[in-house]
Design a protein around this ligand. Structure first.
Ligand SMILES: Nc1nc2c(ncn2[C@@H]2O[C@H](COP(=O)(O)OP(=O)(O)OP(=O)(O)O)[C@@H](O)[C@H]2O)c(=O)[nH]1
Ligand SMILES: [Mg+2]
Length: 433
């Protein structure tokens, strides 16, 4: 009830506006140098034709126009985007990368405080007698977590810790940045290893994860309870059982990684989703299934001019001699048609966002090269409403309950408004109609 009232309000902040607008706020987080800012710039650049004129706003001047440098302070970029006839007020929050030489707890606290602060704004709004008609939804609906891929096999301890804490507050989408630096085999290996880590070993509740109680687990639990009631086991027996358990786990990991998607739990989730799709034609289940098929998504940021930070001009097929590229196209077209001639002309001038290597061009928006386009469509259409609903119904509710319980126990209902306005999110750009 509360949500529908709220969502209606946040979806149509101005009655005069003909098009309803959905607010979507995403945050990029991860260790330093993993490609977060390059992703934000690539996203803005790739959306430039769909941004409604005059709506692009940055919380820090020149933040997108300067040379690419390590991010030392949180900033936001907001814009109204229209895709497939749907309008989204998109805000991207870029954060300083985690640096392991500085207190990790403190860096994590900074990000968590920012996320919580957005929930606090809603809580304050809800408790007002007269609510602000122009209040907008500033919740962080999805957090792209840029994984540290240096080990190329397992989640790093820092990532694991950060992910565990963040996934209790926000929808986490783990991503692999700089995917052009991985060979096809490395990508597949890393993908499977991460799936196993996230879903089977550490059970990190990222977006798409569903907790499944397996029959084996239930049986095991039952057996354990029976054993406990029968009296204490011999210590030696327990140790050997534990060792056997670990061996089984390793053996299973090897089997699953070599033969399947990399994760037994993910396979189970996906077959559940498949049933929903086949039996009920459930679109949300289909979207989630397709997302999990590519989990974790791979990204490539554009190659920037070191001085201006602008994308370097890369022509499609620039590495192929023009005659060869034309020949390939002629195979698919009527050789002498005027259409072919004009396409050739148009195509040979076409620049792409990407990175150029002596042997190939990697295109950011080519689905065969990485999942950038897939992620973009997740954010702007396919998963947009799921992110928003999930955030409100799950994460905000959790925050709200916790705060209200705390305040009741402390006997202090005060909400420090002065403190809130000093928070970095005071810089959060509000794009109003
Ligand atoms: N090869 C390759 N390099 C990339 C990619 N994205 C970014 N880089 C490079 O990696 C370096 C760091 O990129 P940033 O986007 O600044 O990384 P960041 O995660 O924002 O770093 P912090 O702001 O320190 O947290 C820069 O030199 C980029 O040119 C990519 O997709 N592929
Ligand atoms: Mg950065």
């Amino acid at each position: 009830m509360l949500y529908s009232a709220y969502s209606q309000k946040i979806s149509s902040p101005a009655r005069s506006r003909k098009e309803p607008v959905s607010y979507l706020n995403i945050m990029v987080v991860g260790q330093t140098g993993t490609g977060k800012t390059a992703f934000v710039r690539t996203l803005c650049e790739s959306l430039k034709h769909t941004i409604i004129q005059g709506t692009l706003k940055e919380s820090k001047p020149m933040v997108l126009k300067d040379a690419l440098r390590p991010t030392d302070d949180l900033y936001t970029v907001s814009m109204h985007v229209e895709e497939n006839g749907e309008r989204t007020s998109l805000t991207v929050v870029d954060t300083p990368g985690f640096d392991q030489s500085i207190d990790i707890e403190q860096q994590l606290r900074f990000v968590c405080t920012y996320i919580d602060h957005q929930y606090e704004r809603t809580l304050i709004e809800e408790t007002k007698l007269r609510r602000d008609a122009k209040a907008v939804d500033t919740h962080i609906h999805a957090c792209l977590y840029f994984l540290d891929t240096t080990s190329k096999t397992d989640l790093s301890d820092v990532d694991r810790y950060m992910l565990r804490v963040l996934s209790s507050r926000v929808n986490i989408i783990p991503v692999v940045g700089k995917a052009d630096t991985l060979t096809a085999v490395q990508r597949e290996t890393i993908r499977k290893a991460y799936r196993w880590n996230f879903f089977d070993t550490f059970h990190i509740p990222v977006y798409g994860y569903i907790e499944i109680e397996k029959e084996d687990d239930l049986e095991q639990e039952q057996q354990q309870q029976e054993q406990a009631s029968e009296g204490e086991e011999e210590e030696d027996d327990q140790d050997s059982q534990k060792e056997e358990g670990e061996e089984d786990h390793q053996e299973k990991k090897q089997q699953v990684i070599t033969n399947h998607s990399g994760s037994e739990v993910m396979d189970t989730i996906m077959s559940m989703l498949k049933e929903y799709v086949e039996e009920d034609n459930d679109e949300d289940a289909r979207a989630m299934y397709e997302y999990l098929e590519h989990f974790p998504l791979t990204l490539v940021g554009y190659e920037e001019d070191p001085e201006t930070g602008r994308p370097v001009a890369i022509m499609r097929d620039s590495l192929k001699p023009q005659k060869q590229a034309d020949k390939e196209e002629d195979h698919q077209q009527q050789p002498s048609s005027p259409h072919t001639q004009s396409r050739k002309k148009g195509r040979s001038n076409k620049t792409v966002l990407g990175r150029r290597y002596p042997w190939a061009v990697v295109e950011c928006c080519n689905p065969e090269h990485c999942d950038f386009e897939r992620l973009k469509s997740m954010i702007l259409s396919v998963h947009r409403d799921m992110f928003r609903i999930d955030t409100f119904e799950r994460f905000y509710e959790k925050y709200r309950t916790k705060q209200l319980m705390n305040r009741r126990f402390e006997g202090s209902p005060t909400i420090n408004k002065g403190k809130l306005t000093n928070h970095p999110s005071a810089t959060h750009t509000k794009v109003r109609a």
